[in-house]
Design a protein around this ligand. Structure first.
Ligand code: NAP
Length: 269
């Protein structure tokens, strides 16, 4: 899709990756509807962009029915004004690096909701207000393809998001709406606390800047590529894990002491 003058709804816009996506899309001439809970941060982001008057913000907690309804009504109003959203980017997400045994039920439910159910419900909502041609882009994670200790819930949610994206893209084949999936690897944002960063360093896991991820977002939208995994060797491991999961289990077993050490650090903080 050519992004010039396209209207893009971006969730998680004020986060580390979201801000860079907003800048990269503006540079391509897109008009943005920026969504997150904290309205002040959204206004600050909007005012930091080159053409603030072209963009709008919606402060909404997407984990609530009210938040989802607020976004839906905003998008329906735009479509009544002939200003339909052309692209929905489901980027809002969160995680907790923790043993499953230590998690509360509400925290598991919230993580599943924000990373999986919210993108599903927003995608469903989008069917009533998105343009044709239109694109839904779901931001997943390498952990959607590789089960990793300490991230059981997050892995389950992002894995579900990948399969949801694939199924919806096939379901809507020929309708003019594409559903794409992008899986970043570790990225330098505050989503990862210092223990996760230290663990990644010790394990030799590479981390990307949010600008790199934003560049991939623009590229996958322009090429309308169904799915993409960012980073080498992560994209290879994602495939090996599908065919030979035992090989990946063996390699993670060797890292277990380091991983458990850092999960325990998080629990002790
Ligand atoms: N950072 C990484 O290592 C990494 C790696 C792979 C994939 N990802 C994925 O990339 C996406 C962006 O991550 P990030 O690193 O940019 O995270 P981040 O910096 O923590 O930003 C999260 C964004 O989501 C918003 N948000 C959180 N809860 C929300 C809610 N209930 N309703 C509405 N908005 C909410 C936050 O704003 P408010 O707090 O104001 O609501 C913020 O704008 C996520 O889907 C994440 O899973 C990240």
């Amino acid at each position: 899709m050519e992004l010039q003058d396209k209207r893009v709804l971006l969730t998680g816009a004020s986060g580390g990756i979201g801000k860079e996506i907003a800048k990269a899309l503006e540079a391509k001439g897109a008009k943005l509807l920026l969504v997150a809970r904290n309205g002040n941060k959204l206004e600050a982001l909007k005012n930091s962009l080159e053409f603030p008057h072209q963009h709008e913000v919606v402060a909404a907690d997407l984990s609530t029915d009210e938040g989802l309804e607020k976004v839906k009504q905003t998008c329906l109003n735009l479509s009544h004004k002939e200003q339909r959203i052309d692209v929905l980017i489901n980027n809002a997400g969160s995680n907790q690096f923790s043993f499953l045994a230590q998690r509360s039920s509400p925290s598991i439910e919230l993580e599943m909701r924000l990373n999986l159910l919210v993108p599903m419900l927003l995608s469903q909502s989008a069917l009533s207000w998105i343009s044709r041609p239109g694109i839904i882009l779901n931001v997943g994670s390498t952990f959607g393809s590789i089960g990793f200790p300490g991230y059981t819930t997050y892995c389950a949610a992002k894995s579900g998001l990948q399969r949801f994206s694939e199924a919806l893209d096939r379901e809507l084949d020929g309708s003019g709406i594409r559903t794409l999936y992008l899986a970043p690897r570790a990225t330098d944002t505050t989503l990862n606390d210092r223990f996760v960063n230290q663990m990644n360093q010790q394990l030799g896991n590479k981390s990307d800047s949010p600008e790199v991820v934003a560049g991939h977002v623009v590229d996958i939208l322009e090429k309308e590529q169904a799915s993409r995994w960012i980073g080498w060797p992560e994209k290879l491991f994602a495939r090996v894990n599908q065919i030979l999961p035992g090989v990946v289990s063996k390699s993670i077993r060797k890292q277990q002491d380091i991983i458990h050490h850092f999960i325990n650090q998080v629990h002790g903080k």
